[in-house]
Ligand binder design. Structure first.
Ligand code: 4NP
Length: 161
């Protein structure tokens, strides 16, 4: 983060146990595949504090593992409004509620962008939310995974350009 030559990216959701750790793992994986690991600093956090210190939800760990991505070492942390906005170049919320909360806490609008706005397959001007899969079934996590792969791939292409 303090290394200016790196592009720093912070993925944000509510609990930092379902969606943003998955985005973190997928983006890290894509960056590695493209041989760009030394150019990026990647992290995730939640706007809420309920799960601080916990590993990702087992359903996120499982869907990632099915795709050769290991999330097991990640631990949840809460968004820090004092330090994160200055330390990260990009602050990427999963949904409009997270987006609103980041702005409310003083994050510069120019750094904040909804993750699905990077999905090149979405034709509408609107960037829909990544739905919170926490209270649903396992298939919700598969759907979230597919959405995040498309969005992270589009994001990496755009951030690099
Ligand atoms: P996430 O999902 O924001 O994708 O990590 C949630 C996980 C836990 C809770 C809410 C959302 N919760 O209320 O505990």
């Amino acid at each position: 983060m303090s290394d200016d030559s790196r592009t720093s990216v912070l993925f944000v959701c509510l609990g930092n146990i379902c969606r943003s750790p998955l985005a973190d793992g997928i983006f890290t994986h894509l960056v590695k595949q493209r041989g760009l690991s030394d150019q990026f600093t990647i992290d995730s956090c939640g706007t809420g504090a309920w799960h601080v210190g916990n590993p990702p939800d087992p359903r996120s760990i499982l869907v990632a593992a099915k795709n050769n991505i290991d999330l097991s070492n990640l631990r949840a942390r809460q968004f820090n409004a004092d330090t994160d906005p200055s330390e990260f170049d990009w602050i990427i919320p999963m949904d409009t509620s997270n987006h609103r909360e980041l702005i409310k806490q003083g994050t510069p609008t120019a750094k904040v962008r909804l993750i699905r706005s990077f999905d090149p397959t979405l034709t509408s001007n609107k960037a829909p939310d990544v739905p919170d899969p926490y209270y649903g079934g396992d298939d919700g996590f598969d759907k979230v995974y597919e959405m995040l792969v498309r969005a992270c791939d589009g994001m990496l292409t755009e951030v690099q350009a």
